[in-house]
Design a protein around this ligand. Structure first.
Ligand code: PEP
Ligand code: MG
Length: 904
């Protein structure tokens, strides 16, 4: 028969799967000899059985009897004994803490029959009635399902009738009346009397805790926190100790360090004459631990000793729930405490300095997400704000600026010194000037990988996308959000992390950590000014980031299209460029050149158009390669469908029709319109783009390769060390790459003559077919770079520009997805293709360099996956580089067998 019940002295902290977090830690504290009331845990196995069958396994009742007798013997009190009754609490406790989501019942075992005994044993009749009203209230709501509001209303009425300020002012008679009222409420709501049998109370409470695992609010919480629904909760039955025995009793929570700032030294709240949730529920104002020291120095000393013991044992910040019963301290819960990003860094480093953990362990205890939180400017938490609407937080940061509805205005206002928020229905490559000028970007359409989102993250500009309530009327020059109408020049504020949009300006505070990663330690310390805590934070980040660099195997490159981007990335520690999207070099004025290429009707015209582009591209690449001198620089040949560089079909059709109507037809526009119609595609992302473009538009790729080669050669002649790599996008078959490669080699040979220029030629792996035929593709490739944006799009068949705004909310809600696969690599599907690609490629070329340049290259969880599949580098936007460095270091120390591997 399976075993379901474990006494506290039988478990330990590593048994969270079986005993839940609370049970495992209660067991651990018991084993450490800390003052924990005796008790036992009913395992998560029992809960899973409960979920399967709809009832508590029958053997649990028997095992509970045995374990209960052990508790009774240890204390010399019995459940239901009228003279000196044992009372117990019944507490939920899953593997992961789910604050407030599940149920707890205190004072189980109190009945009309045992109440006098409790009063006599405590020498306090009021206390007994107070405990009884709490039991009926908690049991009534959580076990019997009575509306909590009915009890609260009755309590408030009693307080009012007694002229009492709070519950502590109710006297014995008032509490006795309240108990009678509560009993009536139970009878009225459930049609039955409040249970008079202590064991029945206990069994019902246990079943209720198991049942609370599956409530709607608990399911919702788990979906958001990505906790599995199948884990189940454990139930802890603990002998009651009482914080509501008067002034020398109380209950509190304490942290061994400040979880908000990481400042060393205990931190906590204490409430005299109180029980259970009173502290966090805010029923009365709490006292500090210093106040406790003054009131009860002995208990305070005992608490300090216990905290030091726990912190030494767990080697981390612990949080604790405690109760003081008539001057005696009891610990009711502990766990490694949650903390802010700043506290995480400071505490990790402080623990290294105190000799409690190694630097590898410290690195494992901070995360890339925490570092990102420290890098972006933030709204001053104390600042007032008025929420306007909410979209998808696509690029973190805090932006305040005046609305601009078009690029011209954005640029003009920014040039005039204004902070601008570019507000668009969606953005296109055409908007780049406006996006660069803007402090923040707000779009009404699109998801986290929409153009606006990707470009904004690349630039480190705060962006909120897909704010669907925002209606933009460019013609009328206004933005409508519900009833509120805004105009260009009106100020709004964006929180790029939460997706919130505020009316008016919200005060922003600078991040010294951002100054540090951009300009070095001195700049960060300078920005910290006189604030010693912030200076300590900057130093902590510096130490852990430096340590990550010394430990990581993955190199970190940047996705950078311009010399400025590359320089910015390099300052942040990038080791080269993993993706230069050359299409970004054909925007604005330069678009006309590509238009000429598209419109060319014969070779001569096309050659002339391409020739005109050569000096421009050569200058682009020269600048880029100069910024990345000595570092590998992957230049991707033109990828997007060419019609992206042509005017919009509808706009152009209208223009041509109007001109014809006025009798002034424009032959250029008419030719253009014919070309746009000819090139129109229903599914452009699956159409004529990437390598297909190179193979169908003669001379296009050759021009780009020539520009790269000439730029590199010139730099080398000037004594520099340019290291370009040519990358071919959207390859699906080895033959495609073979054909392009032949052309690339021909051009390189032509440009270089006898001077050798070693330019690796590789391809992106962003189609499932390329991953599946990687062994053949690798025969033509010097390197692979996984384009996980397109690979996710083509593996799932999700349009990356549309789905996040369209139905992801539903998919996240109903559990089809736990996170957007465009944000974190879908390890089972897309990840399996990455693995197949790496393995296939290296099966024919063992040393084949493999990297990733999709958005996932900057995502912490994905980086750990890429480490595990054996990639050589990740490439991400310049601003993510420090995050990627940190996560690559963590991946190395957390990998199986790594120094911080918990299973090692
Ligand atoms: C990709 O598809 O992952 C990629 C990096 O290319 P792009 O985002 O430019 O399509
Ligand atoms: Mg792509």
């Amino acid at each position: 028969m399976p075993r379901y019940v474990y006494r506290f002295d039988e478990g330990g902290k590593d048994q969270k799967d079986l005993l839940g977090g609370k049970g495992a830690n209660l067991a651990e504290m018991t084993r450490l000899g800390l003052p924990v009331p005796p008790g036992f845990t009913i395992s998560t196995d029992a809960c899973r059985e409960f979920m399967r069958t709809g009832r508590v396994p029958p053997s649990v009742r028997v095992e509970v009897t045995t374990a209960l007798r052990d508790v009774e013997d240890a204390l010399g009190r019995r459940l239901g004994d009228p003279d000196d009754p044992l009372l117990v609490s019944v507490r939920s406790g899953a593997k992961f803490s789910m604050p407030g989501m599940m149920d707890t019942v205190l004072n189980v075992g109190l009945t009309d029959a045992t109440l006098p005994g409790l009063a006599a044993a405590a020498g306090d009749e009021r206390f007994a009635w107070d405990s009884y009203r709490r039991l009926i209230q908690m049991f009534g709501t959580t076990v019997l399902g009575v509306d909590a509001g009915r009890f609260t209303a009755a309590l408030e009425a009693a307080e009012a009738a007694a002229g009492a300020g709070t519950d502590v002012d109710l006297d014995t008679a008032a509490l006795r009346d309240l108990v009678a009222t509560f009993r009536d409420i139970v009878r009225d709501a459930t049609g039955r009397d409040f249970p008079r049998d202590p064991r029945e109370q206990l069994d019902l409470a246990i079943a209720a805790v198991f049942g609370s695992w599956d409530t709607e609010r608990a399911r919702l919480y788990r979906r958001r926190e990505r906790i599995g629904h199948d884990l189940g909760t454990a139930v802890n039955v603990v002998a009651m100790v009482f914080g509501n025995l008067g002034d020398d009793s109380g209950t509190g929570v304490a942290f061994t360090r400040d979880p908000a700032t990481g400042r060393p030294g205990a931190y906590g709240d204490y409430l005299p004459d109180a029980q259970g949730e009173d502290v966090v529920a805010g029923v009365r104002n709490t006292l500090t631990l210093d106040d406790l020291r003054e009131r009860d120095p002995a208990s305070h000393r005992a608490l300090e000793t216990a905290m030091r013991r726990l912190e030494t044992h767990y080697r981390d910040l612990c949080d604790i729930e405690f109760t003081i019963e008539r001057g005696r301290l009891w610990l009711l819960q502990t766990r490694v405490g949650k903390r802010t990003a700043a506290a995480a860094f400071r505490i990790a480093v402080a623990l290294v300095d105190e000799g409690l953990i190694t630097t590898d362990e410290a690195l494992a205890r901070v995360s890339g997400d925490q570092l990102s939180a420290l890098l972006f400017g933030q709204f001053d938490p104390a600042a007032a704000r008025a929420l306007l609407t909410r979209g998808v937080g696509a690029s973190p940061g805090a932006a305040v600026g005046e609305i601009a509805l078009d690029d011209d205005r954005a640029v003009a206002r920014a040039d005039a010194g204004a902070d601008v928020i570019l507000v668009r229905r969606e953005t296109t490559p055409d908007d780049l000037a406006g996006m660069i000028a803007a402090t923040g970007i707000l779009t009404a359409r699109g998801g986290k990988t929409s153009h606006a989102a990707v470009v904004a993250r690349g630039m480190g500009t705060c962006a909120v996308v897909g704010a669907e309530q925002v209606e933009i009327d460019t013609a009328a020059g206004q933005v409508r959000v519900g009833d509120r109408v805004l105009h260009p020049g009106d100020v709004i504020s964006l929180d790029g992390a939460t997706g919130e949009v505020f009316d008016g300006a919200v005060a922003v505070v600078d991040s010294p950590v951002a100054r540090y990663v951009a300009d070095g330690l001195d700049a960060g310390l300078d920005a910290a000014g006189d604030d010693a805590a912030i200076a300590e934070l900057v130093r902590a980040v510096h130490r852990l980031l430096t340590h990550a660099d010394s430990r990581r195997r993955l190199r970190v490159r940047a996705n950078a299209d311009t010399a400025d981007d590359a320089a910015r990335a390099r300052a942040r520690g990038a080791q080269g460029v993993g993706l230069c999207r050359t299409e970004h070099q054909f925007l604005g004025e330069r678009r006309r050149h590509l238009e000429r290429v598209v419109l060319a009707t014969d070779d001569a015209e096309r050659t002339a158009a391409l020739d005109a582009l050569l000096p421009l591209q050569r200058a682009d690449f020269a600048a880029l390669l100069e910024a990345t001198d000595g570092q590998p620089t992957t230049i991707r040949l033109l990828d997007p469908p060419l019609h992206e560089f042509l005017p919009d079909l509808t706009d152009l059709s209208v223009r041509v029709a109007l001109a014809a109507e006025r009798g002034r037809p424009d032959p250029h526009d008419e030719r253009l319109l014919a070309a746009v119609r000819r090139m129109h595609e229903t599914n452009p992302m699956l159409g004529l783009r990437g390598v297909r473009l190179g193979l169908t538009v003669p001379g296009l790729f050759a021009l780009q390769v020539r520009a790269v080669a000439e730029a590199a050669l010139a730099l080398r002649r000037a004594g520099r060390d340019p290291r370009p790599e040519i990358m071919v996008p959207l390859v699906g078959s080895a033959r495609e790459l073979h054909l392009v490669r032949a052309e690339v080699e021909r051009v390189l040979a032509e440009v270089c003559g006898p001077e050798r220029l070693d330019v690796p030629v590789g391809c992106m792996i962003e189609l499932p077919r390329a991953a599946l035929t990687a062994a053949r593709v690798a025969g033509e490739a010097d390197f692979f770079s996984f384009g996980t944006n397109d690979l996710t799009q083509t593996t799932w068949g999700f349009s990356r520009d549309d789905v996040e705004g369209a139905f992801f909310a539903t998919y996240l809600d109903n559990g089809v997805l736990t996170v957007s696969p465009f944000e974190t690599i879908d390890a089972d599907g897309v990840g399996a293709l990455v693995r197949a690609g790496v393995d296939g490629g290296r099966s024919v070329k063992p040393g084949l360099s493999c990297g990733v340049c999709g958005e996932h290259g900057g995502d912490p969880e994905s980086i750990r996956f890429f480490h595990d599949v054996g990639l050589d580098y990740v490439s991400c936007s310049p601003f993510r580089v420090p995050v990627a460095r940190l996560e690559a270091g963590r991946a190395a120390v957390l990998a199986p067998g790594g120094d911080a591997d918990a299973t090692a």
